[in-house]
Write a new protein. Structure first.
Length: 175
């Protein structure tokens, strides 16, 4: 599969919003491993912010967005409560946010391609570590992260109880 991964642009936002909605519709009809909800997360504002901050990357096949990832230096507050393998102020750490794959392209290598891109982009950016959080029940994502070489660090509360999401596993990969 020919996948091109590039920095998201303003003209990608509508298509990203459609991807988020398609994904949330799919999750509602099947097993919602991440616990996401349409209209709550991910939403258009996530795409808009990622494009504005120049940290949202899109995976495209034949010009169509089939996945996306945000690589920022912004941790969740709970990240500061754990002992990471690499201690940092986040200037040399990327945090993965809003990692999405269109339902028609799940289990086709897009997730692995985006994870590989995150690692290569981190090397080029002189980042020393990549971190992420994942809902503890999201076994497909956890398997991908562990297969990609991420190490489990700790389990934390991200304050999302109202959505039925109590515990999140934190992972890190040293670069």
């Amino acid at each position: 599969m020919d996948i091109i991964i590039e920095l998201g642009q303003e003209n990608d936002i509508d298509e990203l919003e459609n991807l988020y909605n398609d994904l949330n519709d799919y999750l509602e009809e099947s097993v919602n491993y991440p616990g996401w909800k349409k209209g709550i997360y991910p939403i258009r504002q996530n795409a808009t912010d990622g494009v504005k901050n120049r940290n949202l990357y899109v995976a495209k096949q034949n010009g169509r967005i089939i996945g996306s990832i945000i690589l920022s230096h912004e941790p969740e507050p709970a990240y500061h409560t754990v002992k990471w393998a690499f201690e940092s102020d986040y200037s040399d750490v990327f945090v993965i946010h809003t990692f999405v794959i269109h339902p028609l392209f799940m289990k086709s290598g897009v997730g692995t391609a985006l994870m590989n891109f995150a690692e290569q982009h981190s090397i080029k950016s002189n980042v020393k570590s990549i971190r992420l959080d994942v809902y503890e029940g999201n076994m497909p994502a956890i398997k991908l992260y562990e297969k990609s070489g991420y190490q489990y660090i700790d389990t934390v509360d991200l304050g999302l109880h109202e959505y039925g999401l109590d515990w999140f596993k934190l992972y890190e990969k040293l670069i």
